[in-house]
Design a protein around this ligand. Structure first.
Ligand SMILES: C[S@@+](CC[C@H](N)C(=O)[O-])C[C@H]1O[C@@H](n2cnc3c(N)ncnc32)[C@H](O)[C@@H]1O
Length: 210
């Protein structure tokens, strides 16, 4: 279609499809958000940035569970309006902001970064750039939480391998196994400190800065 998937969605004539995609991502989030919100510790955290956060479903759910948190969505310009609308609907606007930007260039500072189904869109070098930008901007003692499917034993039937084929056809990305994730984390100044399964084949991977 003459553009990569996110350039395509950013074109004004594709706004309806972009909105549908963001909504679908929000629905998918519903499958896993609850489990991750319950599992992640927000001790010592006050500012959370949802990197490529689309409608903000993830950070808004975390803010609802923890009234001391303030949250921000970083996403492409066409995507941030819906995040503001969602925050308003949930009565969280006073603790929420949405910023238009490019995570390959810079991310805002935070105590906790959320990267949910972001890394699977990109190749290893691009993932390292995103993670390095988070590492450069993270506040002292801060962390990151990556939520992705994780490929298990090759040959075992699982959804991650099918999603891997979808990523191959639509994006520069792929699904990864734990070793592959760890290589990305090591290359960008992070270490995986905690891993937990949530529903639907997704895992939460908490990262600390090294
Ligand atoms: C697969 S969606 C995941 C959305 C959300 N994290 C979730 O799980 O529902 C990827 C998101 O990354 C955003 N994105 C793509 N390229 C970006 C860039 N260069 N800078 C910031 N956001 C970007 C897209 O607009 C989209 O909202």
């Amino acid at each position: 279609m003459g553009a990569d998937i996110f350039e395509y969605f950013a074109q004004p004539e594709n706004a309806d499809e972009a909105a549908l995609f963001a909504e679908a991502m929000g629905d998918l989030s519903g499958l896993v958000t609850h489990g991750v919100v319950d599992a992640v510790s927000v001790d010592g955290v006050s500012g959370v940035v949802d990197v490529g956060g689309a409608n903000g479903d993830f950070v808004l759910a975390l803010m609802e569970a923890h009234p001391h948190l303030s949250g921000q969505v970083l996403d492409l310009p066409h995507a941030v309006g819906s995040a503001r609308g969602a925050a308003e609907k949930r009565g969280l606007s006073d603790r929420f902001s949405a910023v238009a930007g490019d995570f390959f260039t810079e991310v805002p500072p935070a105590d906790l970064y959320l990267l949910k189904t972001i890394l699977h869109d990109w190749d290893d070098d691009q993932c390292t750039d995103i993670l390095r930008n988070c590492r450069s901007a993270v506040n002292e003692g801060g962390r990151a939480l990556v939520v992705e499917m994780v490929i298990g034993e090759i040959g075992e039937p699982d959804f991650a391998t099918r999603a891997d084929m979808a990523m191959l056809t639509m994006t520069n990305g792929q699904e990864r196994d734990l070793d592959e994730f760890d290589s990305l984390f090591a290359a960008s100044g992070w270490r995986r400190s905690k891993t937990y399964p949530v529903s639907g084949g997704y895992f939460g991977m908490e990262l600390v800065a090294v």
